[in-house]
Design a protein around this ligand. Structure first.
Ligand SMILES: [Zn+2]
Length: 170
């Protein structure tokens, strides 16, 4: 999946999260979450030297690619746990960075992996067990028409909004 799709997917999913409204946090904190997520929504592809992020960190990228290969460890639940631990330590120790940036960084990383599940090759969530996870049916459609996912997500937002507004009126 290309960088545009990952960024769009990430922004829309943050928008959905905000609209679900399951936690009440301020606009400023949502901005930090969005900012943090934009920093990491391409990070899992550091495992490919030709990717947008891989070209910028070529040495690290080649190292990961040669040891693990593309769409392996960096696209797994194990790596989500590892980056969660690292980002948390990093942000808490560097007291200057707002805490919600950390949440955003983890969400951005997860968003990338979810977005890749819409592609035909899927992701090995349980790496080192090599079972590929894909979102059924949708990945086939998405493979042909990338843009369709954006419409599906917008539709989801509208449905969620509709349910939420109805709940408020009742
Ligand atoms: Zn990826």
């Amino acid at each position: 999946m290309n960088i545009d799709n990952h960024i769009i997917f990430n922004v829309i999913s943050i928008f959905i999260l905000r609209n679900i409204n399951f936690i009440s946090i301020s606009y400023k904190d949502w901005f930090y979450i969005l900012l943090g997520s934009l920093l990491t929504c391409m990070l899992p592809d550091i495992d490919h030297p030709c990717s947008f992020i891989g070209r910028r960190f070529r040495i690290i990228s080649k190292f990961i690619y040669n040891i693990f290969g593309h769409r392996k460890i960096t696209h797994s639940l194990l790596m989500i746990l590892i980056i969660n631990f690292i980002f948390k330590k990093l942000i808490l120790n560097l007291n200057l960075i707002p805490y919600y940036i950390y949440h955003g960084m983890v969400i951005g990383y997860i968003n990338h992996i979810i977005a890749d599940m819409f592609t035909v090759s899927g992701v090995p969530l349980l790496w080192p067990i090599n079972i590929k996870f894909k979102i059924p049916l949708l990945y086939k459609i998405f493979y042909k028409f990338n843009i369709i996912i954006i419409y599906i997500l917008i539709l989801l937002i509208l449905i969620i909004k509709f349910i939420f507004l109805r709940k408020n009126y009742n």
